[in-house]
Design a protein around this ligand. Structure first.
Ligand code: G1P
Length: 300
């Protein structure tokens, strides 16, 4: 029998951020796609805030040699901070200092070659060890209520379900049938309003081969055991080491739930998704809402 997946809070979260971001070239020639802003905050900040909301105190960024901006962003900016302090710009100073709270540590590991999401997650093994952990793909921005509204972020909902149900948990959302080829797709038996027990997962099936239209979005709570399974995973869809394939192996050992999270997901890996997220955030910001609504009306 396997031991319990998780007995207390989720402590570690992995952010695979070594992708090339080709959909946002030429900007991503020099700007990591995770640094693209929605209003004044980069995508990675929303992801990190969600991890901390879920209880994390160790953030593991799987990066590559072109992504120094992410480490710089979470580092202390002495010169900028002292200038803001001298100028008495306290709100801006707080914004610059509060990228991560003091009790949280950031760890950077590199993925030497782009061999797939499963491989990127495996690169975090030395930091995670045998513990359960979360994974957030920052491209998938999930907003719960107007800018969070005090409600549980998607990863916190999932971490709570993982403890309650003693299961791995993966976020899912229904997508149009014709879009199954862009996602991992699950076949799952409902156990409650939000949870369904996964029977199988398959990476990027053609619509005619997909077992459902329930797609994996970028949030996972997994046991440390997944690393050993990833080590055995051979290249799958697109010739890449797929996290989905290791999860399929995990299903033989312990329950994994598909979780229909509360919140709205924006696919910020696409231009349209980034536009939608920006508009949604502007409409939720009291300082911008009226002017944004007026602007949208002008276009109708
Ligand atoms: C990855 C996963 C896929 C998942 C998707 C969610 O694919 O491999 O299973 O559905 O993220 O965003 P990618 O978008 O990296 O091709």
């Amino acid at each position: 029998m396997t031991s319990r997946l998780m007995t207390s809070r989720l402590r570690k979260v992995v952010f695979p951020v070594a992708g090339l971001g080709t959909r946002f070239l030429p900007a991503t020639k020099v700007v990591a796609k995770e640094m693209l802003p929605v209003l004044d905050r980069p995508l990675i900040q929303y992801a990190v805030d969600e991890a901390i909301d879920a209880g994390a105190d160790t953030l593991v960024f799987v990066t590559n040699r072109y992504k120094h901006a992410i480490a710089d962003y979470f580092d202390k900016a002495y010169e900028l901070e002292s200038k803001l302090e001298q100028a008495g710009k306290n709100e801006l100073l707080a914004a610059v200092q509060d990228t991560v709270p003091r009790h949280v540590r950031c760890v950077f590991v590199t993925q030497p070659e782009a061999l797939g999401l499963g491989h990127a997650v495996l690169c975090a093994k030395p930091v995670i060890g045998d513990e359960p952990f979360g994974v957030i793909l920052p491209d998938d921005l999930i907003v719960n209520g107007p800018q969070g509204g005090g409600r549980a972020g998607a990863l916190r909902q999932m971490a709570e379900a993982a403890i309650r149900e003693d299961a791995g948990v993966i976020a899912v959302e229904e997508v149009p049938r014709e879009a199954t080829g862009k996602y991992g797709i699950v076949d799952a038996a409902p156990v409650s309003d939000r949870a369904a027990r996964i029977r199988m997962v398959i990476e990027k099936p053609r619509p005619e081969d997909a077992p459902s239209n329930l797609a994996i979005v970028g949030r996972y709570v997994l046991p440390g055991r997944i690393f050993e399974l990833l080590e055995k995973t051979t290249p799958g869809a697109g010739g890449e080491i797929q996290l989905t394939d290791a999860i399929e192996m995990l299903l033989a050992e312990r329950p994994v739930l598909a979780w229909r999270f509360e919140g709205t997901r924006y696919d910020c890996g696409s231009k349209l998704g980034l536009v939608k997220a920006t508009l949604a955030m502007a409409l939720a910001d009291p300082a911008l809402a009226d002017a944004t609504r007026e602007f949208i009306r002008e276009w109708n």
